[in-house]
Design a protein around this ligand. Structure first.
Ligand SMILES: [Zn+2]
Length: 380
């Protein structure tokens, strides 16, 4: 077994199910302990950063000699749940794949970062190479939020996130805005139609217009990698009993956004649908508010960080990695929002949120080499 396979196996064997995602999940403390112990054993600088109780981040640092740029490698330590899996924390290696919860998302990327840091320690670089192993990416990104709140302690000039990308370079992903729309009616007995106003039926009109907006957005893609934004209804409730006109209806909507679509823009679009409904129906009353949002992420393909990564990856792989957009949200958006240039490259595999999860070990070894080379170039 290679040093990398051994390390991935060790990490997969540690239960770190996100407790906000799955009630009863044990959280990231075991991972933090392992990574901190490992860092100390390797004579790296180790800092344990508290987030919420029992869910610390760990930051490892291979200090440079001074005068160079600092690169931070980043990986999350939590995983999604394990329902339906036979032996989620008993890693198995078969035919070049390592199976187990978190093998792909993203303990293999984390292990590759750890070994790259170790290599960087001995390269005589001017700049620092850091690794932030953060909690809670799969739910609320508490870990990266705390890391960024204390960024002055580890002011890296760039971040590489080791989320799986099948060795391509992700330079964009969508954000999202959660909207809550409420229509008001007038409660009345079902036998009194002249008195009642049906809040659920009013929401029907809103739903038709939201579906039209989704079609319109998707018919006019504007972003080279991400296409367009989109939206869908998620949850709805309203009404009190079968013989009553419902006085309210509440709808939750998720709007996925592309770069350039701000929260204010999304809210204004929804408000204009409500305004149109009100203009053609004097009994229509509704409000919309945004309850939570995360920004989209994008870095210019011509950015020196992207160019450096593409250069070292091409040299190592013997093929040019594609510059891609990812469909899911990642912590990259938070680093980018904080003004830190960020790229994403990680291993190949499958089953990130499925019953069978595996990573291609060869691709993880490529990641280790590519991260090491990027550090050598960036922090020289
Ligand atoms: Zn992930």
């Amino acid at each position: 077994m290679t040093e990398l396979s051994k390390l991935i196996s060790d990490l997969v064997a540690i239960d770190s199910v996100n407790p906000d995602l799955v009630s009863g999940g044990v959280g990231e403390a075991g991972m933090a302990q392992y990574i901190a112990d490992w860092g100390r054993a390797q004579q790296l600088e180790v800092a344990v950063q508290a987030t919420v109780p029992g869910r610390p981040n760990v930051i490892l640092r291979a200090p440079g000699g001074g005068g160079g740029k600092a690169l931070m490698l980043n990986a999350h330590t939590d995983t999604v749940g394990v329902a339906g899996m036979d032996a989620p924390f008993s890693p198995v290696i078969r035919a070049g794949r390592l199976y187990g919860r978190g093998a792909y998302d993203m303990k293999s990327g984390l292990a590759a970062c750890m070994l790259a840091l170790l290599a960087a320690r001995d390269m005589g670089l001017r700049g620092d190479v850091l690794l932030s192993a953060v909690a809670d990416e799969e739910y609320g990104s508490i870990g990266t939020e705390v890391l960024l709140a204390d960024w002055a302690r580890w002011p890296a000039d760039a971040v590489l996130i080791a989320e799986p990308t099948a060795l391509d370079i992700s330079i964009a992903h969508r954000g999202f805005v959660w909207l809550e729309i409420e229509t008001q009616g007038v409660a009345a007995h079902g036998s009194l139609p002249e008195q009642g106003v049906d809040a659920i039926a009013k929401m029907g009109t809103v739903l038709v217009e939201l579906a039209a907006l989704d079609r319109q957005l998707r018919a006019e893609p504007t972003h080279e990698l991400l296409g367009s934004g989109s939206l869908h209804a998620s949850l709805i409730k309203g009404g009190e009993e079968i013989s009553m006109y419902p006085a309210f209806c509440k709808l939750l909507v998720e709007r996925r956004t592309i770069p350039g679509e701000s929260d204010a823009h999304v809210l204004a679009q929804a408000q204009s649908i409500l305004d149109d409904c009100a203009a053609s129906d004097s009994q229509f009353q509704a409000q919309v508010q945004a309850t939570f949002s995360r920004p989209p992420y994008a870095i210019d393909a011509a950015h020196p960080l992207v160019q450096s990564l593409q250069h070292v990856a091409t040299a190592h792989l013997g093929r040019q990695p594609a510059l891609i957009g990812s469909s899911w949200w990642m912590d990259s958006a938070l680093f980018a929002e904080a003004g830190v240039p960020t790229v994403v490259l990680g291993p190949a595999g499958a089953g990130a949120h499925a019953r069978e999860e595996w990573v291609n070990l060869e691709s993880a070894a490529h990641c280790q080499a590519i991260y090491t080379q990027l550090a050598a170039v960036f922090c020289a």
